[in-house]
Design a protein around this ligand. Sequence first.
Ligand SMILES: Nc1ncnc2c1ncn2[C@@H]1O[C@H](COP(=O)(O)OP(=O)(O)OP(=O)(O)O)[C@@H](O)[C@H]1O
Length: 341
Amino acid sequence: MVHPETQAATAEAALPIIELSRLTKRYDGHAAVNELDLTIAKGEIFGLLGPNGAGKTTTILMMLGLTEPTSGRVRVCGLDPTRQPLQVKRRVGYMPDDVGFYEDRTALDNLLFTARLNRIASEPARRKALELLERVGLSGALDKKVGAFSRGMRQRLGIADVLIKHPEVIVLDEPTLGIDPEGVRELLQLIRDLSRLEGLTVLLSSHHLHQVQQICDRVGLFVRGELIASGDVKSLAEQLDDDRAVTVELEVSGWSEELGERLAGIPGILSFGVPERRNAAPDEASSGEETVRIQLRCERDLTTDAARAVIDSGASLHAVSRKQYGLDDIYHRYFEGGGSA
Ligand SMILES: Nc1ncnc2c1ncn2[C@@H]1O[C@H](COP(=O)(O)OP(=O)(O)OP(=O)(O)O)[C@@H](O)[C@H]1O
């Protein structure tokens, strides 16, 4: 989903804040990240998506100056993390997938501790901590020891913890791991609001396609250390349709050979699968009143012609639609066969 706010991005928002060029990290000759080129604009919410071992964490660690690239270039807020790690740390908030807190201290104390580490004076730190606890919905639990927090509360406190130093960029590694659906919804909303209202750039690493789809302006698909595609969900879907074929889906009962012939006779239909009958041998075509789904690959949108063929054949048409690719389809199509679309 592309957010309208993003389309109306200001000139400032288009400024690159993260720039990776030919970035490579090798471990014992094995490339964990290989020749990665990626630019993220100020204010963008960018999703790093990929299976285990794809190189997402290694990329993040190089951006934070926590591991040195083998070759290539990284710039974060105009700084080189390898040579200026402290300046980068001041501007970038990192929330790992398992945030560590002092368990026997309260939420407020934990935030004040982080503020002290970042040399924020005690009065402004207290004001900011209380404001952030309110913001992340934890003002009712500020005196509660973190050891008694649920996973969702810890993640929300983690967000407050990265925000206390007023960063320009936040990097969140699997922020919704282990949180219930309602908690996930609230957390994603919070992240999006923070980005929109405060111009915060967010880099989010995740396996959860639907969550990434809900809040990210752009997504990068990682496979074996390589960024195999990036863009908003719509443009990734378009890249999948290289041949510009359109998929039309029909839900029909009363399938017959005649319907098959009528569909095959429509100019512009490239192919379609003959629906299988339930409990039948795989090569036996379906018949009768059972509802079946048929996907047609067409040169152009032929929903009307396909619907007419169903009705003319005497079958019942329950649904007809042009298939829209979601991130699920994109992910699976790209990752099938090891990452070639
Ligand atoms: N310190 C290390 N020493 C050797 N190999 C490493 C090291 N760190 C990562 N790797 C390897 O680099 C590759 C990329 O790992 P990385 O952790 O960046 O992937 P990821 O996409 O973050 O995976 P996950 O989603 O599981 O966290 C993997 O093959 C991993 O085994």
